[in-house]
Design a protein around this ligand. Structure first.
Ligand SMILES: [Zn+2]
Length: 387
């Protein structure tokens, strides 16, 4: 069983720990997170994409930050040459495999690192970056994400109001625990419960609007159109995960080669706008592109606010079946989002891919189909795009 995973945040989380001086706590080679090199090797990974994710909040210079993260990635590559080898062109993949090594394909998650300059794209290409997620959840020079920042503010305010009441209720209860005050306590509690319930419903409503409203008008910017065309020229694969619906159709228009949604599920199964509509899945498939199953529980299945969402393999299987129905067997791949998502109770890390294989096999996928999902489809896209 070979595996290609199109997206993880392992380098980003390692870098964040380093910045806080906690690097010793975690190494790429062996750690207690979702992904480390020992487990990739043991689980026969052919390629792991490593994303340099640059969060824009609190970041003065995304370019400087991605360069610092790149140095961290380079150090890890040098330190772990016996297991890991970079991919710059398609034939590197087979060469690394023949040498018994896991291939590493470097990506960037947040197109803002380019600051709108084509020269920065060329520099990223020279560094070995072969895939760029055009936006994260913020607007940038390239385009707009599917999440609306105005709706986000409303949602955050409603959540805050709800949480504040929750704390208030607890304090009130503590105040009135004395026996003779019991009647008073009950009345207070009922009052607070009603208030609390109202706030909870308001938070749920604002959350649903935020999570379920795609951006249908704000797509790629003029500059974004230029940069995406340049990416295609260079051999950097545009990644539309996080991008708005409008942006997806812009990328479809502007490009000729296959592109990817590296870590997105199906919106028909779970209505979160991080997921792809059936039309997008079908169009991506017609183009010869591929999308990676994301294991983030909130993208797989929705639960009411405040309820735990541990993530199940059954939900991953539901998405896989739907995506294949909507776009055919050639459009599906893996994009775990490991080390960027809360731990998934049934797929806790890179060591769990055998369990996913078994579950999909049990759900009726043939071994040939599973080979396509686990590595074949993504490998085809790399063959068609990397040069
Ligand atoms: Zn992401």
């Amino acid at each position: 069983m070979k595996i290609i995973d199109m997206h993880c945040d392992t380098i980003g989380s390692l870098f964040a720990l380093k910045e806080r001086g906690e690097a010793q706590a975690r190494s790429l080679r062996r750690n207690s997170g979702h992904i480390d090199l020992m487990r990739l090797r043991e689980s026969h990974y052919l390629i792991q994409n490593f994303a340099m994710f640059v969060p824009l909040s609190g970041c003065d210079d995304p370019w400087e930050r991605v360069c610092a993260m790149y140095r961290c990635y380079q150090e890890e590559l040098e330190r772990n040459q016996d297991i890991l080898a970079p991919v710059f062109c398609y034939r590197d993949i087979a060469q690394n495999e023949a040498a018994g090594k896991v291939s590493s394909l470097l990506t960037v998650e947040e197109g803002a690192v380019c600051r709108g300059e084509a020269e920065k794209l060329r520099e990223l290409y020279r560094m070995g970056v072969r895939m760029i997620t055009l936006t994260w959840n913020f607007d940038n020079e390239i385009g707009h994400p599917n999440f609306d920042s105005g709706l986000r503010e409303k949602m955050e305010a409603a959540m805050k109001a709800w949480k504040a009441l929750e704390e208030g209720t607890v304090q009130q209860n503590q105040l009135y625990t004395v026996q003779q005050e019991q009647l008073h306590t009950v009345q207070q509690e009922q009052l607070h419960r009603a208030e609390w319930e109202e706030a909870r419903l308001a938070a749920q409503a604002a959350y649903d609007v935020y999570m379920h409203t795609p951006n249908l008008t704000g797509g790629l910017t003029e500059k974004g159109i230029e940069l995406v065309a340049e990416m295609e020229n260079l051999g950097i694969i545009p990644d539309v995960s996080h991008l708005s619906d409008a942006g997806f159709y812009n990328v479809l228009e502007v490009t000729k080669k296959p592109f990817v949604a590296s870590h997105s599920d199906a919106r028909a199964v779970c209505p979160n706008v991080r997921n792809m509509t059936d039309d997008m899945i079908a169009k991506l498939s017609e183009r010869g592109g591929v999308m990676g199953l994301n294991f983030c529980a909130d993208f797989l299945e929705e639960k009411p606010l405040g309820e735990e969402n541990p993530g199940t393999i059954a939900a991953v299987v539901r998405h896989a079946k739907h995506i294949v129905n909507a776009g055919g067997i050639d459009v599906l791949g893996l994009g775990s989002d490991y080390d960027g998502i809360p731990t998934h109770s049934e797929l806790p890390g890179a060591q769990s891919m055998g369990r996913l294989w078994d579950a999909l096999r049990g759900a009726g996928f043939s071994e040939g189909e599973l080979d396509k999902i686990f590595y074949g489809n993504v490998l085809r896209v790399y063959r068609d795009t990397l040069g």
